[in-house]
Design a protein around this ligand. Sequence first.
Ligand SMILES: [Zn+2]
Length: 253
Amino acid sequence: MTPIERRKEKYGYEIDGLWMPRVTAITSIVLTDHLLHYYARHRSFSDVRERLLNSARWGTRLHEAIANILRGEKCTEDPEIAPSLESFLQWKNEYKVKVLSPKDSIEKRVVDREFWYAGTVDVIAEINGVRGVLDIKTGNGIWETYSLQTAAYLRAYNLQEKKKCETRWILRVDQYRECLGCLAQKREKDGRASVRGGKRFCNHQWGPAVGATEFQRLDNEKEDVEAFLAAQELWEWCNRDWISRIPNHAKRA
Ligand SMILES: [Zn+2]
């Protein structure tokens, strides 16, 4: 694979003979405070990279297990992620979540054929009777870039499908152990233990791993779509050197 081919694969999709950037590559140019702090908290760049890779693996495991549940398949028997899955199921029942046709609703590819970007939506769901785009997150917070990401998905989905989505949501599925004494929380999703809150001088006694969910509906679609398209323009400018050498790069007419 040539360096250009590697980049094409890493940062985009080839669809019907045309190459276009992926939504999450575009939104990654927005450097949020939490990411800066995350880098600053750790010893070295390679340490952070390894942790981020571990977090991504955790996310993939959980996404696959959740997709299986939504397809009505057998629940994954993976004790390490079981607390997260249990919380997910509780949330699913509480919010009356329906996935009408799993085949077309889970990991749904969406393409904006006007501005030429593409992405993969986790789930198209009906939640409390409202149809929308749902993105599932497994990190430690709900960050602003998710507004851009899901606005791009919603726009592209509604451009390509007859049955429209009304809104977009983020569901964050978390998992941690709590100290029985000081209530500090310990997370191990990035492969190493990190402790937040509680008392500094406590001989922590960790309880069992528990899951938790945080669910948020995102509004202001128009504003977020505009910001996303601006980010796309900036992303393409930042990467213009190699993008200009892609013969089948899809461009706005
Ligand atoms: Zn403690």
